[in-house]
Design a protein around this ligand. Structure first.
Ligand code: NAD
Length: 243
C-alpha cells in the first residue's frame, strides 16, 4: 500500500533533477512515496506523475524564493531538500580564470547556501532532512580542480553549520560524497569509457546514479533519524585507497 512507503506524505525538492544523479534521486524518492518537485534549469525531461517540474536557477536568490513559494502554495509543505545541481570545470590554478572559478562556486557552493536559506522557514514548520551533494573532492583534493574542490569542501562545511543551526527545529543536514559516477558530467573526461577509473577504487564496478540515489533515500527517510552533520561517502572505496 502507498501509505506504507517510507516517504508517503512527504514533499521533496531536488535540484539538478534533469541531470544524471538528480534524475535518479527524483525517481527513487518518488518510488518511495514522496511528491517530488524536480527543479532544474531546463524542463525537457519527462517526469513521473508523483513529480512536478520547477524551473530553478540555484545561483539566483529570487528564483529560489519563487520555487519555495510554489511549494508552500501547491504542496503546502517541504520535508526534504536535496541540493544536487552542480557543474565541473577542470583546469590547473594558473589556467583557471576568475570567471570560471566564480561560476563553479556560484552553482556548487552559493547555490547550496541559497537553497538551505530559502527552504528553512517552510521546513522548520514540521522538520525534515536536507541532503547536500558534495563529492570525494570535498574530502580529498585533486589536481586541476581548484574551483570544484573549493566548492565541494565548502558544501561539507556549510552542511555542518546548518546541522548545528537547524537541529533544534528537527531538520537534519548531511552531505553525500560520491566518487566517480557514470553521468554526463564526467563522461567527456573518459573518451575510452569510465571503466578505466576502476583500478583507482577497491571495487571493480563504476558507480551508477542509482547507487547515490539509494543513499539519498536513506538520508531523506526516518531510517536515518539519528544522523545529522555527517559525511556519507559512496565511492567504491576510492577515498580509502586504490588497489
Ligand atoms: P549532471 O551534469 O548530469 O547534472 C547536473 C544538473 O545540474 C544538470 O541537470 C544541470 O542542468 C543542473 N544545473 C547546473 N547548473 C544549474 C543551475 N544554476 N541551477 C539549476 N540547475 C543547474 O551531473 P551529475 O553527475 O548528475 O552531478 C550531480 C551532483 O553530483 C553535482 O553536484 C556533482 O558535483 C555531484 N557529483 C557528481 C559526481 C560524478 O562523478 N558524476 C561525483 C561526485 C559528485
Amino acid at each position: 500500500m502507498k501509505d506504507d512507503l517510507p516517504l508517503s506524505g512527504r514533499v521533496a525538492l531536488v535540484t539538478g533533477a534533469a541531470g544524471g544523479i538528480g534524475a535518479a534521486i527524483t525517481d527513487r524518492l518518488s518510488a518511495a512515496g514522496a511528491k517530488v518537485v524536480a527543479a532544474d534549469l531546463s524542463g525537457d525531461r519527462p517526469v513521473p506523475t508523483t513529480t512536478r517540474f520547477q524551473s530553478l536557477d540555484v545561483t539566483d536568490e529570487v528564483s529560489w524564493q519563487a520555487a519555495i513559494d510554489s511549494c508552500a502554495l501547491i504542496e503546502g509543505r517541504l520535508d526534504i531538500l536535496v541540493n544536487c545541481a552542480g557543474i565541473l570545470r577542470a583546469a590547473s590554478i594558473p589556467d583557471t580564470s576568475r570567471a570560471m572559478f566564480d561560476q563553479v562556486v556560484a552553482v556548487n557552493q552559493t547555490g547550496v547556501f541559497l537553497g538551505m536559506k530559502a527552504a528553512y522557514p517552510l521546513m522548520a514548520r514540521q522538520g525534515g532532512s536536507i541532503v547536500n551533494l558534495s563529492s570525494t573532492a570535498g574530502i580529498r583534493a585533486a589536481a586541476n580542480h581548484v574551483a570544484y574542490v573549493a566548492s565541494k569542501f565548502a558544501v561539507r562545511g556549510m552542511t555542518k553549520v546548518a546541522a548545528i543551526e537547524f537541529g533544534p527545529q528537527g531538520i537534519r543536514v548531511n552531505s553525500v560524497h560520491p566518487g566517480l559516477i557514470d553521468t554526463p558530467m564526467v563522461t567527456p573526461f573518459f573518451p575510452q569509457g569510465t571503466g578505466v577509473f576502476a583500478p583507482r577504487q577497491l571495487l571493480d564496478q563504476i558507480g551508477q546514479p542509482m547507487d547515490v540515489a539509494e543513499l539519498v533515500l536513506f538520508l531523506s527517510s526516518d531510517a536515518s533519524r539519528f544522523c545529522t552533520g555527517s559525511e556519507f561517502i559512496c565511492d567504491g572505496g576510492y577515498v580509502t585507497g586504490g588497489r
